[in-house]
Design a protein around this ligand. Structure first.
Ligand code: HEM
Length: 388
């Protein structure tokens, strides 16, 4: 109950409108129409059906994330983020993040910031893990974008903050994904700054970096630049909030104690943590051709919001001893179908590496916490822990 209370408070404080949407939708049926918003789907099987049906649903129309990013990144989004161009890009990017490549990447990128934090915990000190995960993800972004930055954490906080600023521009897109010209101009300026090193790194970087691997896999510079921008928005706040909130859930439910000497439970921790937190709580789509879903007739042009947070949490409370595979959900927290999260292996490796480091010296105690406000993805602004 305590864990649920903290998660609920976090959602409410971070994004009151999203909280209201999730709560209201949970009271309705599996699929129903909300004025101004479109179809709300809370049933996991229907959500998976929508995500697996590219003939009738697209993310390039009003309501979809592709529509949002095409205005900022350019029309090539229509070519490579859906349709045949997308299938071709996914086929070539399939090996970009695998479990085998993600683990050493995470170790290399995280160690300079994670080791001092673990040392501080060992010495009886307090670590703000919300800040730490922002630095870790900022480091991952900088590495992926080929940014050549000095070693101090502050630079990486800034990189994360810039990614956050970009994501914040998407706030308010629940009602429409059509962006006003001033927002487009601001987003373009942020992306230009963050991706300024991409062309050079694409040409010169070694094959053990993301940009070097894109080149080796045969992705063009245009595809690589688009992908780099997408990775930045897709893999920044989601990964940081997942790490912090899963650690908090393990503490608040007392289940961190079950993990001692039982490392095989870690797989369940990651999937349960992602199920309960569902860091991407809503997935948008646009109906491209009329279709009947169950008893519901959806028309071309309608918007559909898949409320995966509601669908995933219908299964029950956070329990790392439960089944790690739930057929109707599978891994809905990473989406499904052709747009299934490309960074899933990387996200899992990040969470695992972080939790192993944080819990490796004994159970943690949360000293204080504070939810973030005005962010796209509900998260903690501060979560201070010590070894307890
Ligand atoms: C816990 C962390 C994460 C969660 C919960 C998550 C969730 C998702 C979801 C739900 C989608 C599908 C969106 C849709 O269908 O419209 C998605 C797509 C995507 N994610 Fe993640 N993501 C996470 C981390 C990452 C990371 C670390 C990266 C890479 C650095 C990443 C890269 C992507 C990309 C590129 C796509 C678009 C794939 C496509 O359209 O083909 N994600 N993610």
């Amino acid at each position: 109950m305590r864990a649920e209370w903290h998660e609920t408070r976090l959602l409410w404080a971070s994004r009151p409108a999203l909280f209201a949407l999730l709560r209201t939708a949970a009271l309705g049926g599996p699929v129903w129409r909300a004025p101004k918003l479109g179809w709300l789907v809370t049933d996991p099987v229907v959500a998976r059906r929508v995500l697996n049906d590219p003939k009738h649903f697209t993310l390039l129309g009003e309501g979809g994330v592709g529509h949002l990013w095409a205005q900022v990144l350019g029309d090539y989004v229509y070519r490579i983020f859906d349709g045949p161009g997308h299938a071709d890009l996914r086929a070539r990017a399939r090996d970009l993040f695998t479990d085998a490549t993600a683990r050493p990447l995470v170790r290399r990128v995280f160690t300079p910031a994670l080791e001092p934090a673990v040392e501080r915990l060992r010495a009886g000190g307090v670590v703000d893990v919300a800040d730490l995960t922002r630095v870790l993800v900022g480091r991952m972004m900088a590495d992926m974008l080929g940014l050549d930055l000095p070693a101090d954490d502050e630079r990486y906080r800034e990189v994360f903050g810039t990614g956050e600023k970009l994501a914040r521009l998407a706030l308010g897109s629940a009602a429409s994904t059509e962006l006003p010209p001033d927002v487009i101009a601001r987003a373009k300026a942020i992306i230009a700054g963050l991706t300024k090193n991409v062309p050079q790194a694409y040409a010169e970087a070694s094959a053990d970096t993301l940009l070097g691997r894109c080149r080796e896999l045969g992705l063009s510079l245009e595809e690589t630049s688009g992908l780099a921008a997408l990775l930045m928005v897709a893999g920044t706040e989601t990964a940081a909030t997942a790490m912090t909130r899963i650690l908090a859930l393990l503490h608040d439910t007392g289940q961190q104690h079950l993990l001692r000497g039982e490392s095989q439970l870690m797989y369940g921790v990651i999937s349960e943590g992602l199920r309960v937190t569902t860091p991407a709580p809503v997935i948008g789509r646009s109906v491209s051709r009329d279709i009947t879903v169950g008893r519901t007739r959806m028309r071309a042009g309608d918007r559909v919001l898949l409320l995966t947070h509601v669908a995933n949490n219908r299964i029950g409370r956070f329990d790392i001893t439960g089944p790690t595979y739930i057929p109707e959900i599978r891994q809905l927290w990473f989406g499904a179908g052709r747009h299934l999260c490309l960074g899933a292996a990387l996200a899992r490796a990040e969470i695992r590496h972080f939790l192993d480091a944080m819990l490796g010296n004994g159970p943690i105690q949360i000293v204080s916490r504070r939810p973030a406000k005005g962010v796209l993805i509900p998260s903690y602004a501060e979560l201070r822990v010590t070894i307890g």
